[in-house]
Design a protein around this ligand. Structure first.
Ligand code: FES
Ligand SMILES: [Fe+2]
Length: 395
């Protein structure tokens, strides 16, 4: 005989009433003019997550990040002084891209064209026959982009003078810093391109309404008779950011492969959240395009970067603290990433089908129910930002 499941109560209409109930315009999910406004109002202004400090453990470590929404290539470098900075990956002589590798370690960066050479702090160190120029080396420093770190997560902003990252994150900053992601030393990564608007792609991860239809196999653990859609326990709204507490089935079904893989270690692995467990799971969505799903042992993060109005690039990572301590832990980590990929593969086709429908222009509006409140909240944040930017342009 099985024990009764914990009583579940869905989030009530009144708790999300402040978001309204009106249909949502469809154009922001496919219109190039709307996307052009989003780039200016949001993506070239706000803090955007682009990496983790564990990728830059030592002086000279660098990352190149090409960001289509900004039409920019960035060079993120930990300098000899230990500080991580972001520069445009652009030689100040005549604009050649300095670095081709996606990541590496270097003491200096030399331009392939005429060998201007820059330090890890962005300063121009040497340039052949520099006496022939009519400018000082001090005026040839690599153009810098604002960079800040919270909970080990690296954010950049293309705004000339952005607010401090901690002000932007508000009360979520401290909560994020208490999570294991702040101490992560490595991660598994999965990058994908998708023919869908960034909000449509992101919203798929903000609602559980689709679980029983799209993930009948992989999503079993999140469904139960009193919560047949696997809805969350709570939503939280923090300015433009939002949180939810994912409900976990107190009687999750153990997949046969998991049982075989862990054997008698399964209970211990569950306790450490390596294979899912009965603890609450917190989801932190940072405006505009980042979320982190935290469990005590692993952290799943997802960033959806827009490429165009109808194309996006997603970066999914699972962060880990320390090396594997046993074969079971190795298995657990691989299994966690493989599961994430499997689930995402199930989502992908339906997201692209949604984009084809929206791009046809057949709909003027779409609809969000109460349990899609996070999608509505994202749209509201985007709409408010675009309207504020347009008003500034008119003023
Ligand atoms: S363009 Fe870089 S050295 Fe000339
Ligand atoms: Fe899904």
């Amino acid at each position: 005989m099985t024990a009764p499941a914990t009583a579940f109560a869905r989030v009530a209409d009144e708790e999300v009433a402040f978001l309204g109930t009106d249909p949502i315009p469809a154009a922001p999910y496919h219109d190039p003019d709307w996307y052009a406004a989003e780039r200016q109002a949001i993506f070239l202004k706000d803090w955007i997550q682009i990496g983790h400090i564990c990728e830059l453990p030592a002086a000279g470590n660098f990352l190149r990040r090409d960001l289509e929404f900004a039409k920019a290539s960035l060079l993120i470098v930990r300098a000899r002084d230990g500080v991580i900075r972001a520069f445009h990956n652009v030689c100040t002589h005549r604009g050649t891209q300095l670095v081709e590798e996606a990541q590496g370690k270097a003491a200096t960066f030399s331009c392939p064209y005429h060998r201007w050479t820059f330090g890890t702090d962005g300063a121009l160190i040497s340039a052949p026959d520099f006496e022939q120029f009519h400018v000082s080396k001090a005026d040839c420093t690599l153009p810098q982009v604002a960079l800040a770190v919270c909970a080990g997560l690296i954010f950049v902003s293309f705004a000339p003078d952005p607010p401090p990252l901690r002000d932007w994150l508000g009360d979520l900053a401290e909560r994020l810093e208490a999570l294991p992601v702040a101490r992560a030393t490595q991660f598994s990564e999965y990058v994908y391109d998708i023919d869908a608007n960034w909000k449509l792609t992101y919203d798929n991860f903000q609602e559980n309404y689709h679980l029983r239809f799209i993930h009948p196999r992989t999503g079993l653990a999140t469904l139960s008779p009193d919560n047949p859609f696997g809805y969350p326990l709570r939503y939280g709204f923090h300015g433009q950011h939002r949180t939810q507490t994912i409900w976990s089935n107190p009687q999750p079904q153990v997949k046969p492969m998991q049982a075989v893989g862990f054997g008698r270690g399964y209970a211990a692995a569950m306790a450490r959240a390596l294979v899912g467990g009965d603890h609450d799971r917190d989801y932190f969505a940072l405006f505009p395009n980042f979320f982190l799903l935290g469990t005590p042992a692993q952290h799943f993060s997802h960033v959806v970067y827009p490429v165009s109005a109808t194309r996006s690039r997603g970066v999914i990572r699972i962060y880990w603290v320390g090396d594997d301590s046993s074969a079971s832990e190795r298995f657990a980590r691989e299994h966690a990433m493989a599961t994430a990929r499997d689930i995402h593969a199930e989502d992908r086709a339906v997201i692209e089908a949604g984009q084809r429908g929206l791009s046809s222009g057949a709909l003027t509006h779409i609809h969000f129910q109460t349990q899609e409140a996070l999608c509505r909240h994202l749209y509201k944040g985007v709409r408010d930002a675009v309207e504020a930017w347009r008003a500034e342009g008119v003023a």
